[in-house]
Design a protein around this ligand. Structure first.
Ligand SMILES: Nc1ncnc2c1ncn2[C@@H]1O[C@H](COP(=O)(O)OP(=O)(O)OP(=O)(O)O)[C@@H](O)[C@H]1O
Length: 255
């Protein structure tokens, strides 16, 4: 059974959200979201706590279900149909705040598991790709260690390597440094910055690390109360945000 790919799939944005709404019970957490992410584009999403940033990115790979509107990844609608979900999950990698590594598996096993189960790769190929991904994030020496023996920064770099092993076209990063001790934030942001510079992977990153946003983002999206209030270049956003709410938010976090 074929999945319904839109005719313009190849020229279409990699991710398209149109008129997307989501409620948790009576709580309207995403309100009429329109957002497009081009191939290779990097967008930073910021905004106050509870404004819907995590929910927005979790709807893209169906970790959360939206109730109205359309989300497409690479021309295919994100919904519960198994083939559509497979299409989406093969293109979208996710990096979580809390790393989410399996504690009973070694680093290498954490990286090969998804490749073998989701992509049906043979174990030797999965291992070779895992080693290459660990090298890309500068933790090649940790392959045989268990997550509990690693620092938070190392665990997050392993989690990034795990996402890379699946050859995603887009990485969703949900506050990748907010669970880290301050001295480890830089090592993780440096790895993400390097990836952005050296690979064509698109990124949608929820973060309040404004230096990172300035260095890496093509666009900054500012959310408040479930809405996208402003979309801007990093230069404009940080120097002269167009919305009063964004100005207020920046004053709070920068001073
Ligand atoms: N599983 C859930 N059930 C009910 N309400 C939820 C659930 N997940 C999130 N919410 C609510 O939805 C709103 C948006 O949450 P979300 O986590 O997307 O915001 P956020 O901008 O990422 O916040 P933060 O910066 O604090 O992580 C919040 O009011 C939150 O309490």
């Amino acid at each position: 059974m074929a999945i319904e790919t839109s005719p313009q799939a190849s020229s279409a944005p990699l991710v398209r959200m149109h008129g997307v709404h989501k409620w948790y019970g009576p709580h309207h957490v995403l309100v009429d979201i329109d957002l497009e992410l081009a191939r290779g584009e990097r967008i930073v999403v910021c905004g106050p706590s509870g404004s819907g940033k995590s929910t927005l990115i979790r709807c893209i790979n169906r970790l959360e279900a939206h109730q109205q509107g359309v989300i497409e990844v690479d021309g295919v609608e994100v919904n519960d149909r198994r083939r559509n979900l497979q299409h989406v999950r093969h293109r979208v990698g996710m990096v979580f705040q809390q790393f989410n590594l399996f504690p009973h598996l070694s680093v290498l096993e954490n990286l090969t598991l998804g490749q073998i189960w989701a992509l049906r790769r043979a174990a030797p190929e999965a291992r070779a790709r895992a080693h290459a991904a660990l090298q890309r994030v500068h933790v090649a020496a940790l392959a045989d260690k268990y997550p509990a023996r690693l620092s938070g920064g190392q665990q997050q770099r392993v989690a990034i390597a795990r996402a890379l092993c699946l050859d995603p076209q887009v990485l969703l990063l949900d506050e990748p440094t907010s669970a880290l001790d301050p001295e480890m934030v830089k090592e993780v942001l440096d790895v993400i910055t390097e990836l952005a510079a050296q690979s064509g992977v698109a990124m949608l990153c929820v973060t309040h690390e404004m230096g990172f946003a300035r260095r890496v983002a093509d666009r900054v999206v500012f959310m408040d109360h479930g809405r996208i209030v402003e979309t801007n270049t990093p230069e404009q956003f940080f120097q002269a945000p167009s919305s009063p709410r964004a100005r207020e938010f920046l004053e709070q976090i920068l001073h």
